[in-house]
Design a protein around this ligand. Structure first.
Ligand code: CUA
Length: 155
């Protein structure tokens, strides 16, 4: 009975300790450079045809902007080659239905919603070298399972 206050303190303290560990690990991950590196901006369908041109833009200094259209059922361009990229700005657009854009084996994975540009800023680790498979991971109809593209990284 007389110990009750002490026991409650132990439980309160352990909750505080667990919370500190969780928040601390998030802060540590952010310090290491982990982040949710995606954002979405609006591009109305009627403007997209003129403003959103698929292809690779070399921004210099190892930076590339890659504009991609996801469609039923594929990606345009279907294959992209990048020379020793340091930072890749991926912008993906759909003008039909919801698609996905996942680079297999990496943490790049976004939903592509018609009328919105999904933007991911990706700094591929140095040990990534060769052909990466990109798949659609939102069910988008009969051709969904064959919807893919390739990103080739040359070191
Ligand atoms: Cu596009 Cu599934």
């Amino acid at each position: 009975m007389e110990n009750k206050g002490g026991r409650e303190f132990i439980w309160i303290a352990s909750v505080v300790v667990v919370l500190a560990i969780f928040l601390g690990s998030i802060a540590y991950a952010l310090r290491l450079g982990y982040s949710v590196a995606s954002e979405v901006s609006v591009m109305p369908l009627e403007k997209a045809a003129g403003l959103f041109q698929p292809g690779v833009k070399d921004l210099g200094d190892g930076r590339y902007q890659v504009d991609i259209i996801a469609f039923l059922w594929g990606f345009r361009p279907a294959r992209v080659e990048l020379n020793n990229p340091r930072e890749i700005i991926l912008r993906i657009y759909s003008n039909d239905v919801i698609h996905g854009f996942q680079i297999v084996g990496t943490n790049v994975n976004v939903m592509v919603i018609p009328g919105y540009i999904a933007t991911v800023i990706w700094r591929p680790p140095q040990n990534i070298n060769g052909t990466l498979l990109v798949i659609c991971n939102e069910y988008c109809g009969i051709g969904h399972s064959g919807m893919y593209m390739e990103i080739v990284i040359k070191r």
